[in-house]
Design a protein around this ligand. Structure first.
Ligand code: PGA
Length: 250
């Protein structure tokens, strides 16, 4: 079911104590009267404590990544089953930093998506074009390919556990945001692309988040667009006041 979502991707930030402090602040500061799902994604080592900490709150915990295999000789990796076993039900997959720094291809992301869905997890599926793609006027093609190759093999019934996150790479951590109109234009294209393949009911029901330098001062305008259902927030998710202000803007 389409819903408003504000998710914080903490990336490689916050040790155990800092995680606890930020969670406590978020519990205090996140708006209680807003009809939206809030999500935080701390690092792997702090997920278990975050789940415990946030029990009985309306803040869900997501992992930032996972491996596609069930288990085995994959030194340093974490499986869906491990995440589920500590109460993590959501995972961010395909983030542009995973794609560019860790060589994740659409094919790998497709396999990770399958593994997460097999374990009944919710996937925040990230994708988005690079600056050169936009300069070349190739951004719609790139986005369509990422969707098709990473996600379009899934069964209809699994769409209820998919959240899309459009994150233009040129806007991530750069202070540069897509304009609200650019975000709306791409989100509408994404919904239309989903509709062509899976039909209008699935397309209407999928939540599409925008990510890339969302801040308290631009969140409201971006979130006001009809096809923008919320945000995936990086830098501003590390400060409780900023994240709470963005959450209130939904
Ligand atoms: P940013 O990151 O808000 O710091 O640009 C967004 C993201 O990477 O999800």
């Amino acid at each position: 079911m389409r819903q408003k979502i504000v998710a914080g991707n903490w990336k490689m930030n916050k040790n155990a104590e800092e995680t606890e402090d930020l969670l406590n602040e978020l519990i205090d500061k996140l708006p209680a009267d807003v009809e939206a799902q809030f999500v935080v994604a701390p690092t792997f080592v702090n997920l278990a404590s975050a789940v415990q900490h946030l029990e009985f709150t309306n803040i869900a915990v997501a992992a930032q990544n996972m491996h596609q295999a069930e288990n085995g000789a994959f030194t340093g990796e974490i499986s869906a089953d491990m995440l589920k076993s500590i109460g993590v039900e959501t995972v961010i997959l395909g983030h542009s930093e995973r794609r560019s720094y860790f060589g994740e291809t659409d094919d790998i992301i497709a396999k990770k998506t399958d593994a997460a869905l097999k374990h009944d997890m919710t996937v925040i599926f990230c994708f988005g074009e690079e600056l050169q793609d936009r300069k070349d006027n190739n951004h719609f093609n790139v986005v369509e390919t990422q969707l098709r190759d990473g996600l379009f093999h899934i069964e209809d019934k699994n769409w209820e556990r998919i959240i899309l996150a459009y994150e233009p790479v040129w806007a991530i951590g750069t202070g540069e945001t897509a304009s609200p109109d650019q975000a709306q234009e791409m989100h509408a294209f994404i919904r239309e692309t989903v509709e062509k393949k899976f039909g209008s009911e699935i397309a209407e029901n999928v939540s599409i988040l925008y990510g890339g330098s969302v801040k308290p001062d631009n969140a409201k305008e971006i979130f006001s667009k009809p096809d923008v259902d919320g945000g995936l927030i990086g830098g501003a998710a590390l400060k409780a006041d900023d994240f709470a202000a963005i959450a209130s803007a939904i």
